[in-house]
Ligand binder design. Structure first.
Ligand SMILES: Cc1cc2nc3c(=O)[nH]c(=O)nc-3n(C[C@H](O)[C@H](O)[C@H](O)COP(=O)(O)OP(=O)(O)OC[C@H]3O[C@@H](n4cnc5c(N)ncnc54)[C@H](O)[C@@H]3O)c2cc1C
Length: 401
């Protein structure tokens, strides 16, 4: 039986998770990445049970346990007096309830764990996709250096500015009006924060700040949003704007100001998403991760959803059989799309809605939000999100539409 030829564009979390999931099912793929050298942003990422259960099945349990932190709770507080608005228990309670941990991890550690599953000769660096074409028999990736790669299936895992998506959808990233400063602080520089590992958030008018431990608890990763009418990436250097960040949070609770005072370098990013689309595949080509459904980070689910996509698409392709013809491949890609679209669309919308909820000015709407948050039922609220098992979703979705 011949092997299905699968070509992946992008070696981010989506592309590497897909490659790992495909290989776990006994299939092969090649990953084409534009960067000459892989490097992740110096920041953390929250990985919830809906994704950690999948990462464990990919064989990454030990690696994650070594690098990640399992926070005991998520705490949401007011911006000025630090009043607790909501406390969601995680730790053992989360593990018992969902059968998988909630982790906070340095992005480089997650990326390295996924990369460890890919044989070096399957990763092609300095390979920038400029065009995708296809006909009845195959899909073709056209690279900037003039090479053409033929495959039975091509997967765009090339992020929010996806070149693959551009060939099929006429849309653009939408600027949210928010920017985010990110940084890492050694924990010994923030002795005022209690030592128990927590995801801590402070909500205030127009902005919020989040922090959590990564790198085995040695570093605190933080993200602090600041609204900006327009965005100019060019003028934001990776270093040097610490004073601007600190000024934007003047008057906030001292837990926040002391955390930001401890930051020596920060990076600043404009936050974009896109509207949901109605399809995630076209013929022999599919998109996953941010290429498929870029979302604002206000639910901390973009990477989690990329991992779910990766596992679902790999399972759908495996279900089509290694020597599947065009019709079976299309059916497999439609199955992937049917499973993923309702969920990712919901999460994209919720993430956008949170941009308003998190940033309410003090007043009646903020008081209603806070009263609702205080009455919130802890982990119950997260059942639909954290309790989801993407592989089970494949098992319970028929192959034909
Ligand atoms: C501030 C912030 C905080 C976040 N926090 C969280 C969180 O806590 N939890 C969470 O789940 N998510 C979080 N996210 C979202 C998460 O980071 C993304 O959803 C995730 O990284 C998307 O991964 P990806 O592989 O789809 O895309 P990317 O990480 O963008 O990777 C795309 C890859 O494709 C390559 N590429 C691009 N174009 C080409 C081309 N033409 N040819 C070849 N290669 C190409 C790129 O170089 C890159 O390596 C956060 C996002 C932000 C901005």
């Amino acid at each position: 039986m011949s092997q299905m030829r699968v070509a992946v564009v992008g070696a981010g979390i989506a592309g590497l998770a897909f490659a790992a999931a495909l290989r776990r099912g006994g299939a092969d793929c090649h990953v084409y990445e534009q960067a000459e050298k892989l490097a992740e942003v110096g920041a953390g990422v929250q990985v919830a049970p809906n994704a950690t259960r999948l990462l464990h099945r990919l064989g990454l349990r030990g690696r994650l346990r070594g690098a990640a932190v399992a926070p005991e709770a998520i705490e949401m507080r007011r911006w000025d007096d630090g009043l607790m608005l909501q406390h969601t228990p995680l730790g053992d309670r989360c593990l018992r309830r969902f059968g998988a941990p909630y982790y906070t991890v340095h992005r480089a550690d997650l990326h390295a764990a996924l990369l460890s599953q890919l044989p070096p000769d399957r990763l092609h660096l300095g390979a920038r996709l400029v065009a995708v074409t296809q006909d009845e028999g195959e899909a073709r990736l056209h690279l900037a250096d003039g090479r053409t790669v033929a495959a039975d299936v091509a997967v765009g895992a090339d992020g929010i500015h996806s070149a693959v998506r551009e060939w099929f959808v006429a849309d653009w990233p939408r600027y949210s009006g928010q920017t985010i400063y990110r940084g890492l602080v050694p924990v010994e520089r923030v002795p005022h924060l209690p030592a128990e590992p927590r995801v801590r958030l402070w909500f205030g008018p127009d902005q919020h700040c989040v922090c959590y431990p990564v790198s085995g608890g040695r570093l605190l990763s933080f993200g602090a949003t600041v609204p900006a009418a327009s965005w100019e990436v060019e003028s934001w250097s990776a270093r040097g704007d610490v004073l601007g960040l600190q000024a934007a949070y003047k008057g906030w609770h001292e837990d926040v100001t002391r955390l930001l005072d401890a930051a020596q370098t920060v990076s600043r990013w404009a936050l974009h998403d896109r509207d949901s689309i109605e399809r995630l595949s076209w013929g022999r080509v599919a998109v996953i991760g941010d290429a498929a459904h870029p979302m604002l980070p206000f639910q901390a689910q973009g990477a989690n959803q990329a991992i779910e996509d990766a596992v679902v698409l790999a399972r759908c392709l495996a279900g089509a059989g290694a020597d599947a013809g065009r019709d079976r491949l299309r059916a497999a890609l439609h199955r992937y799309e049917r499973i993923r679209l309702p969920r990712t669309t919901r999460i994209q919308r919720q993430s956008r809605a949170n941009a308003d909820t998190f940033h309410l000015a003090d007043g009646a709407a903020q008081r209603r939000r806070d009263a609702g948050a205080l009455a919130g039922p802890g982990l119950d609220r997260h059942q639909w999100l954290f309790g989801y098992d993407a592989e089970q979703a494949v098992a319970t979705t028929s192959r034909s539409s």
